[in-house]
Design a protein around this ligand. Structure first.
Ligand code: 6PG
Length: 485
């Protein structure tokens, strides 16, 4: 009898070995393991603390018959049929390296280690290189959908080789969310592509959430509406063109009362948002590749500003003057614009996110299928929405657009919605209501569609103080200005 059998009292089905292993029984890991077992796969599980493994197994109900709880890594590896696919669901960063180091001597040729955490893709690339020539392979897999997604169907973005993916595809497609009966799991490229795509997903998630929060801010502070009424508005929008998981949960959060006080819970939550790093990575990578992702950048910065709570309190005293609230007629007019403004902001933010993936795909030679990415984001993940179906169509049509905003369907949508965004951003400025992501989206759109911009002056300045040179429209070659020295 093995340790796990003694400890957890599981009964071995004669000759049964697990088809897959999972290390790390935190919230995401436990739910993913239950999902795997529910879809009919025998799964061996291991957690650093055996107590958690025991509690997980104890609570697994009928699914226990397909779960093999292990008390040591040796036992865990022995319980999986080779060649072994092993999912790591441990905190991103050092814990992943430590786990690989512990597993490595126990594994054999052909085994695949799959990191399903929110890793930085640069770490994934390094890990793949470190395991090169060992006979083992490494897959970086982005998983989105939070706790519920992991349990009932996440969106899964895999980075790896077609052979490696083929080995785990049956399990992944069975546990993934489905949209129109299509599984939301796909190979999105080699190496770090899976984690990169997940990072951009999170960057877009930040922008989407921030723009929704800005609309909430306008309704609360410029129009003076109560949380519940704002929630009702979001619920209504969720039935139209803004239909999405984030808008749906926004309505629910806004309409939920605190049981202790009866007040809207959102009014009692501290206005300071945390971040684990993926949004910031998306922005850093965009900057490194020279891709403007300003709406995502604004969203990341807004979280930072939100965290400066005591400084904000002092600033509110130092600058106490505030413009008056909108009168009823103007508040009503603004309300009518918000749905389209949010749509326009969202289009610009998604265009930026897809441009970042496009650039990375070229830079690293990944050939990321952008249409497929949009399709596997239609269900399961945090930014899921029908809108992603339109993006998939844009990238899967005859001409792949250089920028999503150039796809004919989006030109039409943006032409219709941008005027509302412009009016809303103007009102935000007038009422001193911060709307950094919406403003950034609008400024990006206006700058990007301006055939003659203002960088001619920047070039003049650069040449003036540093003799950097510039090109002229009317003369060939590098030029310098006739500045007085
Ligand atoms: C998902 C989410 C998830 C992420 C959280 C927290 O796709 O399921 O993106 O992976 O960890 O949203 O992110 P922050 O703590 O950075 O907000």
């Amino acid at each position: 009898m093995t340790q796990g059998q003694e400890l957890f009292g599981w009964k071995r089905i004669k000759g049964m070995r697990a088809q897959i292993g999972l290390v790390g029984l935190g919230v995401m890991g436990s739910n993913l393991a239950l999902n795997i077992a529910e879809k009919g796969h025998a799964v061996a599980v291991f957690n650093r603390t055996t107590k958690r493994t025991g509690a997980f197994f104890e609570n697994a109900g009928d699914l226990r018959e397909r779960i093999v709880p292990c008390a040591s890594l040796e036992e865990f590896v022995a319980q999986i049929a080779p060649p072994r696919p092993i999912i790591l669901m441990v905190p991103a960063g050092e814990a992943v390296d430590q786990q690989i180091a512990q597993l490595r001597p126990l594994l054999s040729d052909g085994d695949i280690v799959i990191d399903a955490g929110n890793a930085n893709f640069r770490d994934t690339v390094r890990r793949i290189a470190e395991l090169d020539d060992t006979g083992l392979s490494f897959i970086g897999m982005g998983v989105s959908g939070g706790e519920d997604g992991a349990r009932h169907g996440p969106s899964i973005m895999v980075g790896g080789t077609p052979e490696g993916y083929a080995r785990i595809e049956p399990v992944l497609t069975s546990i993934a969310a489905r949209y129109d009966d299509e599984p939301c799991a796909a190979l999105v490229g080699p190496g770090g592509a899976g984690h990169f795509v997940k990072t951009v997903h999170n960057g877009i998630e930040y922008a989407d959430m921030q723009m929704i929060a800005e609309i909430y801010g306008l309704l609360r502070d410029a129009a003076g509406m109560e949380a519940g009424a704002i929630g009702d508005l979001f619920a209504r929008w969720n039935e139209g063109r803004l239909e999405s998981y984030l808008v749906e949960i926004t309505a629910e959060v806004l309409r939920t009362a605190d049981p202790a006080t009866g007040r809207p819970i959102v009014d009692l939550i501290v206005d300071s948002a945390g971040q684990k790093g993926t949004g910031r990575w998306a922005v850093i990578e965009a900057q490194m590749m020279g891709v403007p992702a300003t709406a995502i950048e604004a969203a990341v910065a807004a979280r930072v500003v939100s965290s400066l709570r005591s400084e904000r309190a002092r600033a509110a005293q130092a600058y106490p003057d505030r413009p008056a609230r909108l009168d009823a007629a103007r508040a009503r007019a603004m309300k009518d614009d918000l749905e389209m403004a949010l749509l326009a902001g969202k289009i610009a933010a998604y265009a930026q996110g897809f441009a970042v993936m496009d650039a990375a795909s070229r830079e690293f030679g990944w050939s990321v299928p952008l249409g497929t990415v949009a399709r596997i984001w239609r269900a399961g993940c945090i930014i899921r929405s029908q809108f992603l179906g339109r993006i998939a169509e844009a990238y899967e049509g005859t001409d792949e657009p250089a920028n999503l905003l150039l796809a004919p369907a989006f030109v039409e949508m943006m032409t219709r919605s941008a005027p509302a965004l412009r009016r809303v951003v103007a009102l935000a400025a007038e009422t001193a209501t911060p709307a950094p992501a919406l403003s950034a989206a609008l400024a990006y759109f206006d700058g990007w569609r301006q055939a003659r911009g203002t960088a001619n002056l920047i070039q003049g300045q650069r040449d003036f103080f540093g003799a950097h040179g510039f090109r002229r429209d009317d003369v060939e070659g590098e030029q310098h200005g006739p500045w007085a020295s």
